[in-house]
Design a protein around this ligand. Structure first.
Ligand code: ADP
Length: 345
């Protein structure tokens, strides 16, 4: 578990003060993957570095597994840091060492016996799917494989917390997916708390349970990924939902954007919507996906002008909110959701 309370970091250069983190409260529960997103310079890396106290916060506390690291002396801090694994964008591997020798490094520093180190390194490389590449040097491995070696090394001291700072950012989509799958598997098997710093929204959708957006050192929005995706008013939800260009609407029709806001939107909603309106529904575009077993997304539809005003009420009964996309929208009365059975009768 990680808990940051009122975390503030100010850099001072001469008489110039830059507040990079401004009273940030943030928490990653045991077994949770929490993403932090935000534009370049928002303070994401500084936040991650404050968790290990590689950067000392100016004020506030950093509690990891119950210990406030800001109150520990150097010796206790060194011990506490062993429970925190870190993975960066650059894999940070030593080019002259093999994959196995890189993974062994933290164990060698701790004075673990050679036999025990060999056993643990083999186990770690198997864990990340690279048991067969133990003797390869970094230049003989793909970017995704090098990141796997970095993850194995980060796990060497059996951490409870993993910090990932843009760990997938230099990778192609297939390697990103395989690293994301690995991190989720490790979270499930080892109960890790993972702080996942990234600027890639697609990756947040693939990996995170919760997400917070940092801007100018402050968290401006946060929530569970699913809740944000289902909230049409959420800026972060909108940034996470890819909007695809929609086809043009037929003449004489009205165009609506429909957002999934309920967990129970039926998969055959276009048919039900058409039956309830007594009119065909043109599907102009859609982005619908399943996250952790729940369906989320949005669609652009067109319906004949004559039935357009009834669309919001019918959509609401199906778990969809409707927003008119026409330049001069038809009036959109606040719909009272009606049972779908009544609507289609
Ligand atoms: P992000 O990871 O979101 O891109 P960073 O945490 O790297 O953002 O940086 C946040 C801000 O802090 C930037 O404006 C950066 O210039 C500033 N910053 C980072 N490190 C230092 C430092 N050592 N001294 C002064 N300013 C710094």
């Amino acid at each position: 578990m990680i808990s940051l309370e009122q975390l503030t970091k100010v850099y001072e250069t001469g008489s110039h003060r830059t507040t990079v983190l401004d009273r940030v409260d943030f928490r990653v529960d045991t077994g949770e993957i929490a993403a932090v997103v935000g534009p370049s310079g928002a303070g994401k890396s500084t936040l991650a570095q404050c968790v290990t106290l590689l950067e000392r916060p100016t004020s506030g506390s950093v509690v990891v597994n119950g210990d406030d690291l800001t109150r520990l002396g150097e010796r206790d801090l060194r011990v506490a840091r062993r429970r925190i694994g870190t993975v960066f964008q650059s894999d940070g591997l030593f080019g002259r060492r093999t994959a196995a020798q890189n993974v062994a490094l933290p164990l060698e520093y701790l004075g673990v016996t050679k036999a025990e180190t060999r056993r643990r390194v083999a186990e770690l490389l198997d864990r990340v799917g690279l048991g067969h590449r133990a003797d390869a040097r970094p230049h003989e491995l793909s970017g995704g494989q090098r990141q796997r070696v970095g993850i194995a090394r980060a796990l060497a001291l059996r951490p409870t917390v993993l910090l990932s700072d843009e760990a997938t950012s230099g990778l192609d989509p297939a390697s990103t997916t395989s690293i994301v799958d690995l991190l989720r598997e490790l979270r499930d098997d080892l109960g890790l708390s993972i702080l996942f710093v990234t600027h890639e929204m697609d990756t947040v959708l693939q990996i995170a349970d919760t997400v917070a957006r940092l801007d100018h050192g402050r968290i401006v929005e946060r929530g569970r990924v699913l809740d944000l995706l289902r909230d049409p008013a959420s800026a972060l939800g909108a940034a996470l939902r890819p909007t695809r260009p929609a086809a043009g609407a037929p003449d004489g029709s009205r165009t609506w954007r429909l957002d999934y806001v309920s967990a129970d939107v039926p998969t055959d909603w276009p048919t039900t919507l058409g039956s309830a309106l007594g009119s065909p529904v043109s599907l102009l575009g859609a982005s619908i996906e399943t996250l952790g077993g729940a369906t989320v997304g949005h669609a652009t539809v067109a319906v004949p002008e004559a039935v357009a005003s009834r669309l919001p009420g019918v959509a609401a009964a199906l778990g969809l909110t409707a927003r008119s996309l026409d330049p001069s929208p038809a009036p959109t009365p606040t719909p009272a959701p009606a049972p779908v059975q009544e609507l289609v009768r």
